[in-house]
Design a protein around this ligand. Sequence first.
Ligand code: PEP
Length: 251
Amino acid sequence: MRQKIVAGNWKMNTTYQEGIDLAIAIDKAVAEKGDKNVQVVVAPPFTHIAEINKVVNNERISVAGQNCATETSGAYTGEVSAEMLWSAGADFVILGHSERRSYYGETNDMLKIKVKKALEFNLTPIYCVGEVLEEREANKHFDVIKKQLETVLFDLSDEEYKQIVIAYEPVWAIGTGKTASPAQAQEVHKFIRDLLVAKFGETAKNTSILYGGSCKPSNAKELFANPDVDGGLIGGASLTADDFLGIINGF
Ligand code: PEP
């Protein structure tokens, strides 16, 4: 069975104490009112990971990094490795977020290495794909997503591939208040699943494919009702425990 997942990407938000308080509030909300069939993930800034891992109930809430290095260790000032994330208690890592691709020049070739590193250190990659507005308007979105998937994932072994979670995030919907319609989301999610099934076979029927882009409690239900939408990667609305809970309970 496909795992339902709702993951919160906090981006570069919250001071240390604000982050711990938010994690405690999410933990309480999830324990008291959260859908028990949903795997909840929070991706705070690196500095908060170890402490948040201590304050949340690990069976219901996993902790993620928002990025990891291409290298394992060494003279790479400012980088954080997959092994460091793992040793701080992370189980997941978001890779290929559009902000990393556009502001920090992350390419599909770099992401291929990062995905491998994450898997080497037992982290589940939440690998983000998605098109910018011009690509959608030029009807190139399927080609862009195909390339993002093929370059980064298609050399994985079946064993490695099983660990992967995908997030489809149309870049024009991230933080803009514009959401893909449920039909647009389903169309791309099905395209992604078909491509993955063609390459990896039946295993890909169990791959969780999350939607991201201005997902809120008010639109989560209609997005998650689609057969190929298995949850969400949430930005802004993951910074408030109530809103995040509303999305977690959107199935
Ligand atoms: C994101 O950055 O992954 C995201 C989906 O952001 P938002 O929910 O704020 O659009």
